[in-house]
Design a protein around this ligand. Structure first.
Ligand code: ADP
Ligand code: LRH
Length: 475
């Protein structure tokens, strides 16, 4: 394929961007057309995404993306909007960290059985999975179509509805073995089957721009929107610059998604109890991973301290703070909701008989060591439960810029860590489009040849990491 440009719309939980990627058989460069914060809004007690604000920023970004061959959209998983029969959005999409689904998962599990659910969807039991959100309150009578967030944006861009499979696989209502909506489960849960739109795969052309979108952005009406790995983690994993298949990955941003890539799901009871998810990847792979709490712990601490601007200084101070002074299990559900994170970390430490971290540097050190331990446990358990050997760990996403976290992860895992690319999700998004439009190069080899990567070799004391992991009940 001769070099072409692709617009990658990538909405993360903390920020969104429209990137223009120039892709050829031996070329991959990125230009940022627009970057914007993604700030949730609480109104009348409910936490929402500002979905129209995000879409407005996407349109602004696309205005600065002339000359592209296609557009792709990805975002965080599990959340959705509902359309009525006229295609109007019913209500504002609710944030997965809202409390409305509290307790629903436990009721559904009690009714249907955990293994029966796992056997269909293969998902880690997270209280905000789409299925539990949908069951948390009566659906509006007028609801006719459920669209996941990237599919909603694609609908606004093209007028076409559908459900891209990588993100459909995060709903809990997708049958990961059959590769279709889990209609029997949908019926058992008394959800209306008709709201689940036809599935589409990365590489399918969704449609071309609506005339009003073309007018608004200055892009041609004939411009296609191409389905990508619309779950951001699926796009990120496509862009992992692995040299061989014996790799683990951490897609590290607001969440750390840590695991391995497989050809088939692992649906054993042991896998369920260990908290593993089987999400669909680009090209029919399975992303076998665990959701580790991720840099959310740090983001929310900075927000509590009103210290967002001081991240570099705090990371430098954390580097000098004493090691293993206090540790938390980064899978603890108490850390999911928004709010005072340092207070919750202090409460965890007090409850478990550890010294409470004194001062910000100690809190940051506690967060990063705990995350490194979470990465280690997820990669080790994924390798053990799937039988897939792991010789190197790739860290992609914003966390690849956190040198201390990368170093601690290498030390904890006892494996080399390759950090980068930071914009793996946007790159994976663009590469899925490029493949659909004629690219023949291997995407991972192309990322490896063209992007800046940093290698961290493991140092230090394996026994100390083993002891630390045992302190918080991790492997
Ligand atoms: P998401 O897609 O979930 O919004 P990103 O992949 O954009 O997340 O990663 C955002 C995170 O990356 C931030 O919360 C921050 O912790 C980390 N990060 C970004 N820039 C830097 C930096 N210069 N140094 C260290 N960490 C950084
Ligand atoms: C990361 C992510 C993750 C999901 C979570 C809701 O942005 O998509 O893979 O589990 O958001």
């Amino acid at each position: 394929m001769a070099s072409r440009s692709f617009a990658a719309v990538d909405l993360g939980a903390s920020s969104g961007r429209v990137m223009v990627a120039r892709v050829g058989e031996d070329e991959l460069t990125l230009r940022e057309a627009r970057r914007f914060p993604n700030r949730p809004v609480r109104a009348a007690g409910t936490l929402y995404w500002d979905v129209l604000g995000l879409y407005g920023n996407v349109l602004d970004g696309l205005r600065a993306a002339d000359g592209v061959t296609s557009i792709g959209v990805d975002s965080w998983a599990v959340d959705y909007g509902l359309l009525d029969s006229a295609g109007t959005l019913l209500g504002n999409p609710v944030h997965y960290r809202d409390a409305r689904a509290d307790g629903v998962m436990d009721k559904v599990v009690a009714e249907l059985g955990a293994q029966a659910l796992y056997d269909v969807g293969g998902l880690q039991f997270l209280p905000f999975n789409t299925v539990y959100q949908l069951l948390s309150e009566p659906l509006p009578d007028a609801a006719r179509t459920l669209l996941m967030i990237p599919d909603l944006l694609a609908y606004w861009l093209t007028g076409e509805t559908g459900a891209e499979i990588t993100n459909a696989s995060t709903t809990g209502l997708y049958d990961v073995r059959a590769g279709d909506w889990a209609y029997a489960l949908i019926e058992r849960l008394r959800l209306p089957k008709g709201i689940f739109p036809p599935l589409r795969r990365p590489g399918d052309v969704i449609g071309t721009l609506r005339p009003d979108v073309a007018a608004e952005t200055g892009l041609p009406e004939s411009l296609p929107v191409t389905a990508v790995g619309s779950h951001d983690t699926a796009s990120a994993v496509l862009a992992v610059p692995a040299e061989h298949d014996r790799f683990g990955y951490v897609s590290c941003g607001t969440w750390s998604l840590a695991g391995v890539e497989l050809d088939a799901p692992v649906l054993s009871e042991e896998s369920r109890v260990a908290g593993f998810t089987n999400e669909v990847g680009v090209g029919g792979t399975i992303r076998y991973l665990r959701n580790v709490m991720g840099l959310w712990l740090l983001q929310e601490s900075l927000r509590t301290w009103r210290a967002e601007a001081s991240l570099p200084g705090l990371l430098a101070a954390a580097e000098e703070a004493p090691a293993f002074a206090a540790l938390v299990d980064p899978g603890d559900r108490a850390f999911i909701p928004p709010g005072d994170m340092p207070a919750r970390i202090a409460a965890y430490c007090a409850r478990t008989g550890q010294p409470v971290p004194e001062g910000r540097a100690a809190v940051v050190r506690c967060i990063l060591e705990s995350l490194a331990l979470g990465h280690r446990a997820a990669i080790r358990d994924a390798a053990r439960l799937s039988g897939k050997p792991v010789e190197v760990v790739h860290i992609v996403g914003g966390g690849a810029r956190n040198a201390l976290l990368c170093r601690l992860t290498a030390d904890a895992c006892g494996l080399p860590v390759v950090a980068g690319p930071v914009e793996a999700t946007a790159i994976g998004n663009a590469l899925a489009q490029a493949r659909a439009h004629g690219l023949t190069a291997d995407p991972r080899a192309l990322v490896r040849r063209t992007q800046d990567l940093t290698v961290y070799r493991p140092r230090g004391d394996e026994a100390a990491w083993d002891r630390a992991a045992r302190r918080i009940g991790l492997s």
